[in-house]
Design a protein around this ligand. Structure first.
Ligand SMILES: Cc1cc2nc3c(=O)[nH]c(=O)nc-3n(C[C@H](O)[C@H](O)[C@H](O)COP(=O)(O)OP(=O)(O)OC[C@H]3O[C@@H](n4cnc5c(N)ncnc54)[C@H](O)[C@@H]3O)c2cc1C
Length: 349
């Protein structure tokens, strides 16, 4: 296995931040992993596992080793009349897996189409979009313990998946390398999945109605999701970004009532009995100065995307520190106006 020194990461993170890592390794097989775990450059240094770099903000050079996941392969491991188990290696691009499943006519992850990044990273933050989360179809996760090299199969429950959370982001952060993910998908139309057993996600339903699309298969849904996303989100190849920077904010029912006294138009939604306030709305209501919204804000190399205030963008040669500076200003402005604390969804290094 080749270890590179002083390796540039600007093409390996979707913000396009120009930083270097002291050591760099690319893993293409499980055997590579075994070898890697025994190398001094791995054992004696801090580590970052990297997929597509679409949920990362690098603020400085990394004085450790970055390991890029290039494990490839998608296979059907088991099927019956109703369901199918699909095992995808972690280095596959998530969208390639979505395309594979909808091309086979399977249902379950079509709402998660076009989320950038790799399969191996999807359990880390339990990716979610359009009313569906990875959690809804995850069967189990294969991962290697980096201390002893042993492979462990994590059941869905053991992954402790929550809203953009998992055991891999908390208790076991950096302790396991996720090598493969197994999903349980449905062979029968499961359109109710488009909203987790509830109604179809409103933006998706409206798009289908407006464009008179009659859903015949899961590909129709995934195509619709791709079209909606293209119209709302910047393409990282054109404008560096990491998708939504902040998580929606949980509040108690009591707190919601207090906030509504001052902000009668405060949007909120209930998710599994919990109340969430859209972080995008909060950001939009605040700004660098009174009367000016963050939405569409631009200063030097950084800014907030004009169509979606949760997306921070790199207009050119921004450093991670410049973006972090904007992040902190936004957090302070929301705290001062609403008394609510925004939490980043993106991993800041
Ligand atoms: C335009 C855009 C839109 C987005 N939309 C969404 C969305 O709708 N919903 C959503 O949930 N997310 C969204 N994201 C965020 C991002 O795409 C997801 O979080 C994605 O799963 C990250 O995958 P990645 O391979 O790029 O992970 P990376 O950014 O490379 O890594 C993310 C984290 O996972 C860890 N990690 C990565 N691979 C492994 C591994 N093999 N083993 C252990 N740990 C690992 C990393 O160390 C890091 O902590 C969006 C991002 C962009 C740029």
């Amino acid at each position: 296995m080749k270890i590179e020194n002083n390796y540039n990461l600007s093409k390996l993170n979707t913000f396009g931040i120009n930083v270097n890592t002291k050591f760099f390794a690319m893993v293409e097989s499980e055997k590579d992993l075994e070898e890697l775990f025994n190398l001094p450059e791995f054992k004696n240094n801090k580590k970052i596992f990297l997929g597509g770099g679409s949920n990362m903000l690098f603020t400085k050079d990394f004085e450790g080793i970055v390991v890029l996941n290039k494990l490839k392969g998608i296979e059907i491991v088991k099927e019956d009349i109703e369901n199918v188990l699909i095992r995808s290696m972690g280095g596959e691009f998530w969208q390639d897996l979505v395309a594979f499943t909808v091309d086979h006519g399977y249902w379950g992850i079509e709402n998660l189409a076009a989320i950038p990044g790799t399969v191996g990273a999807t359990p880390v933050q339990n990716i979610g979009a359009y009313g569906v989360e990875l959690k809804d179809t995850l069967y189990d996760v294969e991962a290697f313990n980096i201390e002893n090299g042993e492979k462990k199969i994590f059941s869905k429950e053991e992954c402790e998946l929550g809203y953009r959370e998992s055991i891999f982001k908390n208790k076991l952060k950096g302790k396991y390398f996720i090598s493969a993910v197994i999903l349980k998908l449905s062979k029968k139309p499961a359109r109710q999945l488009a909203g987790r057993g509830k109604k179809m996600y409103p933006a998706l339903r409206d798009f289908l109605e407006k464009n008179k699309i009659e859903v015949k298969n899961s590909k129709d849904i995934s195509n619709a999701v791709i079209a909606i996303r293209r119209s709302k989100l910047p393409d990282p190849k054109v404008l560096g970004n990491a998708g939504s920077f902040f998580k929606n904010v949980f509040v108690s029912r009591e707190h919601l009532r207090v906030l509504q006294k001052n902000y009668s138009d405060l949007p909120y939604f209930e998710d599994n009995g919990e109340i969430k306030i859209p972080a995008g709305w909060l950001v939009e209501q605040c700004g660098p100065t009174d009367g000016i919204s963050w939405k569409g804000y631009k200063s030097g190399n950084v800014g907030v995307y004009e169509k979606q205030s949760l997306v921070l963008v790199n207009y050119g040669k921004a450093s991670g520190v410049e973006i972090l500076d904007l992040v902190n200003k936004i957090i302070v402005s929301v705290r001062e106006k609403f008394g609510l604390e925004l939490m980043p969804e993106v991993n800041i290094v």
